[in-house]
Design a protein. Structure first.
Length: 416
């Protein structure tokens, strides 16, 4: 008789727990609360012991001073009374008993008051000295306790500049600060892997997107170079070629936008005046065709950065200033200078009136004035987005301000 096979057993549950292991005695963990409690409790205890000891010594000295004899009886043929603290009875011979007792009482009161005043003055000096020592010791201990926070802050600032390779690697007791640092390091590790994957994707997309567009452009140019091609075919080819060129610009802009969001690793001295002049030279022909005059004073302003990306900043700003201008008698003013220790690139132009509430929308990808989106012959809508990303990658920022009568004033500020 055949036996029925036993049903398959469920796989064993994993024994690994991703959570942090709990200590056997959690109340023995050297947490920040326990350490601060012990530290400040010990400081108060030590300060109290020191203050009590000093007051005890001062009180003992005051009592010793207050117990000095008030007078001395000098023997001889005639008994005389000598006193350093009671001048009223010094040398007195025929002093009545009530007057003698009254003088002694006044001397006792005066001596007691002098001892109390001396005790108070010395106590105040001791308290002042202890306060200075306590503040200095507290400042030093607070700096030692908060030093891990300073290390975490410095690493966070470095990471804010997209330097994801930095780690805190905090050593010391297993307290809340070390737990925070370890969690921060784990987060940086995951972020670095994500950014590395993004950079790899950008590189692959660069190759995969550029290659077919380049092939299309080559095929279209070959067909357009045929003199026997029909007119309709040539017109269609020109339209497709323009569309292909626009797609190439869009791909280049997206790739540049993705790259410029990261920190600039290799920095070299770049003069903004030279960069702005090159941008003006490239746009000069287009400006003449539109009747736009380009002027401005470009003073030397050297920054540390990537020359190609900084040239793209100036080129995008000048191109936008020329393309979004008035039909007649328009002008563009391109200035560079150093202000308050920072390099400034300023591009102002005449043009349509720009409402203040539309300024922020201009820096969004694929956004233009009055919600005009892609489909215009003035660009692909990534110019100002690229400018903002490149400026941030260099540690700077861009600000836009409407001009009276129309147009904008774009100011890019970069650290020197």
């Amino acid at each position: 008789m055949a036996t029925t096979p036993a049903p398959p057993q469920a796989p064993p549950k994993p024994t690994w727990d991703p959570r942090r292991p709990q200590p056997v005695f959690p109340w023995l963990r050297p947490t920040i609360r326990i350490r601060l409690t012990l530290l400040y409790g010990g400081m108060f205890l030590i300060a109290g012991i020191l203050l009590l000891s000093i007051i005890y010594l001062l009180a003992a000295q005051a009592i010793s001073t207050g117990n000095q004899p008030l007078f001395k009886i000098i023997g001889g043929s005639d008994i005389k009374i000598s006193s350093d603290n009671c001048p009223a009875i010094t040398g007195a011979t025929n002093l009545q008993i009530p007057d003698f007792n009254s003088a002694i009482a006044q001397c006792v009161d005066r001596q007691r008051q002098a001892a109390l005043d001396d005790l108070l003055s010395r106590s105040l000096l001791a308290l002042l000295g202890l306060a200075v020592i306590a503040f200095a010791f507290g400042y030093a201990m607070a700096g030692r306790v908060l030093s891990p926070l300073g290390r975490i802050t410095r690493t966070a600032r470095a990471v804010a500049g997209s330097d994801l390779s930095r780690r805190i690697e905090l050593d010391g007791p297993d307290d809340e600060l070390k737990e925070l640092a370890d969690t921060f390091d784990d987060m940086l590790e995951r972020l670095q892997r994500a950014f590395t994957a993004q950079q790899r994707f950008v590189g692959n997309a660069s190759h995969e997107l550029r290659t077919p567009l380049a092939i299309n452009r080559t095929l279209l140019e070959v067909h357009l170079s045929d003199p026997n091609a029909p007119v309709e075919l040539q017109q269609l080819g020109k339209t497709l070629l323009a569309t292909n060129e626009r797609s190439e610009q869009l791909v280049e802009g997206l790739l540049l936008l993705a790259r410029s969001d990261n920190q600039i690793v290799e920095r070299k001295p770049v003069d903004l005046a030279e960069v702005a002049s090159q941008a003006v030279d490239q746009v000069h022909a287009e400006a003449e065709a539109k009747g736009v005059t380009i002027r401005g004073v470009r003073k030397p302003a050297v920054v540390q950065g990537n020359g190609v990306l900084l040239e793209r900043i100036a080129l995008n700003l000048v191109q936008n200033a020329v393309r979004y201008n008035v039909p007649e008698d328009g002008w563009v003013e391109v200035d560079t200078e150093v202000q308050h220790g920072q390099a400034v690139l300023s591009v102002a132009n005449t043009g349509p009136v720009v409402p203040a509430y539309e300024i922020d929308n201009l820096f969004e990808p694929f956004r233009r004035l009055r919600t005009e989106r892609t489909g215009s012959d003035k660009g692909v809508g990534l110019g100002l987005s690229i400018v903002r990303s490149v400026a941030r990658a260099h540690g700077g920022h861009i600000a836009a301000q409407p001009r009276e009568g129309g147009g904008l004033v774009m100011r890019v500020t970069l650290p020197i």
